[in-house]
Design a protein around this ligand. Structure first.
Ligand SMILES: *[C@@H]1O[C@H](CO)[C@@H](O)[C@H](O)[C@H]1NC(C)=O
Ligand SMILES: *[C@@H]1O[C@H](CO)[C@@H](O)[C@H](O)[C@H]1NC(C)=O
Ligand SMILES: *[C@@H]1O[C@H](CO)[C@@H](O)[C@H](O)[C@H]1NC(C)=O
Ligand SMILES: *[C@@H]1O[C@H](CO)[C@@H](O)[C@H](O)[C@H]1NC(C)=O
Length: 488
């Protein structure tokens, strides 16, 4: 492929006067389709190397002329003349170059002969629009700015690669980037022809208690024992352990608390602990690789380990090990200190601070558990999350501002009624995010959807594997069918 383009270029340089003679093109008027394309992809030797596009800092203020450089990757490895253009949208983290070699979209690219681009989202990875990530700088972080970046990106690449209106762009994305893929098609349908939106939370919501409800339901599906009951027993006991003498001290050792333990818990620490415990199970359900529900429920039901809290300790330790996490967050102030650092060299600039900003200013999505009938207790309240927004970003980021912001997000994008065309929505039944997305075609506004039984967050986005359940394989076949229909 690359060699062919070298040859084409050489010919361009040596064909001399015969380039066009007596109404005939050099090589004939019906030329090799690869020559028609005549696109200079020679520079694309390393498909994982960084490329940069200059973007405006603020797409909504023409007086602001500041610019920055956005990172992207490009690959013509599978490109065939007249093939479509695939755009993998980066989400709330670094755009990892391995996606240029692997992933379901690359298998689709092989199938359709696509030119592939992947764009990193502003404020994540190496795409730094500002010198720091202070609250003031983060005012330029929003889904709307990100969509405008993508619109400019498509326009720039159309010109750089001599693409025409016949070259159809298809957007891909998983999770938040899945929502961006759908919204990009919606808002910029003159630039984007279609989209595959995987595990996309379309509906902004201040409180999202369904998240932990779905986690609980997944634990209930475990058939080795009453896993939910065992988790509940253990979590209830934590409540009393926190109150007895030396209880907190022993918890700090067993759970491997981060930092030095002061010996006491504030109310906000208690909420932090409950959230960290809920995260043990939420992480396992949402990711479902490495450690599975089967593994953690196996531990929660191992009656040779008593009391139940020790099983919880064991579950926590295998999950921490699997995720490479070295300590358990219990201390609210420590967490705030971590999230408050506004330098790009801080650990939280990996994305946790930026994504928190987007939830405090656009989406909410707070995974509350404030009903005592939940196995995760009633300590993970919306007030706790609002305090977090205020303590990290300032008093402007409060319940009222978020309520308005969430309303605004849904007004701008349409929530669960996006009224898109050429977009397919893919969700997994095990994914705790699925309740904010489209899981079935509804009669009010029909949209093509795939609801995969038994898979978790973004399962369809990953490269196909022999271990995939048949439902997942079938979903990818449906996605290919959808794309074939669009691209024919
Ligand atoms: C696009 O077209 C211009 C002018 O015809 C040419 O110089 C350039 O090499 C082309 N770019 C690509 C990527 O083919
Ligand atoms: C239960 O836990 C004990 C003690 O850690 C361990 O030896 C045993 O293998 C576990 N049983 C199962 C079924 O995992
Ligand atoms: C708590 O959950 C129970 C059971 O799901 C439900 O019946 C009840 O209405 C909930 N209470 C509140 C305040 O949401
Ligand atoms: C959003 O705000 C508009 C205008 O203030 C209001 O009419 C609407 O009811 C709000 N929607 C929700 C879901 O709160």
């Amino acid at each position: 492929m690359k060699k062919l383009f070298v040859i084409v270029l050489l010919i361009c340089e040596v064909y001399g006067w015969t380039a066009f003679w007596r109404g005939r093109k050099y090589g004939g008027n019906i030329v090799d389709p690869e020559k028609i394309a005549n696109r200079n992809f020679i520079s694309l030797r390393d498909i994982t190397s960084d490329n940069w596009l200059t973007q405006k800092l603020d797409h909504f203020d023409f007086l602001n002329t500041k610019t920055w450089k956005q990172r992207y990757y490009v690959s013509a490895q599978y490109y065939k003349p007249n093939g479509p253009i695939f755009l993998m949208i980066g989400g709330e983290g670094e755009a990892i170059s391995a996606w240029m070699k692997k992933g379901a979209w690359i298998t689709y690219a092989q199938r359709f002969g696509s030119l592939c681009f992947m764009v990193e989202h502003r404020f994540y990875g190496k795409s730094h629009p500002t010198n720091d990530i202070s609250t003031t700088s983060l005012s330029f972080l929003s889904s709307e700015q990100a969509l405008a970046d993508l619109a400019y990106f498509v326009t720039a690449m159309n010109s750089q690669y001599n693409l025409t209106a016949d070259d159809k762009w298809i957007a891909f994305g998983g999770s938040y980037a899945g929502s961006l893929a759908a919204w990009l098609r919606k808002k910029f349908s003159h630039l984007i022809y279609g989209a595959v939106a995987s595990s996309s939370p379309l509906l902004a919501k201040v409180e999202y208690p369904d998240y932990l409800k779905i986690v609980q339901d997944e634990l209930a599906n475990y058939d080795g024992c009453d896993c939910v009951n065992e988790v509940q027993i253990a979590i209830n006991k934590i409540d009393s352990i926190m109150k007895v003498q030396n209880g907190p001290q022993s918890m700090s050792k067993h759970f491997k608390f981060c930092g030095t333990f002061s010996g006491t818990f504030s109310n906000l620490d208690i909420s932090t602990i409950y959230e960290s415990i809920a995260n043990i199970f939420a992480g396992v359900v949402q990711n479902n690789f490495g450690v599975t529900v089967h593994d953690v429920c196996g531990i929660m039901c191992n009656m040779s380990i008593i009391p139940a809290t020790l099983r919880l300790v064991e579950a926590n330790s295998i999950v921490m090990k699997a995720y490479g996490q070295n300590c358990f967050q219990y201390n609210y102030n420590q967490m705030i200190d971590y999230l408050k650092v506004s330098s790009w060299s801080s650990d939280s600039s990996e994305g946790s601070r930026q994504w928190l900003y987007q939830t405090c200013s656009e989406f909410g999505f707070y995974q509350t558990s404030s009903n005592s009938s939940s196995i995760f207790g009633d300590r993970i309240s919306i007030q706790y999350f609002m305090q977090l927004c205020i303590d990290v970003f300032g008093s402007n980021f409060n319940f009222n501002s978020l309520t308005n912001a969430v309303n605004r997000t849904n007004v701008m994008y349409g929530g669960l009624y996006p009224e898109t065309t050429n977009v397919i929505y893919v969700q997994g039944s095990m994914d705790p995010w699925h309740a904010l997305g489209l899981t079935q075609t509804n009669s009010i506004q029909p949209q093509p959807t795939i609801y995969i039984d038994g898979t978790s967050h973004c399962a369809d986005v990953y490269p196909p594997s022999k271990k995939d359940p048949p439902e997942l394989t079938a979903a990818r076949v449906k996605i290919v069918k959808f794309l074939s229909k669009l691209l024919n």
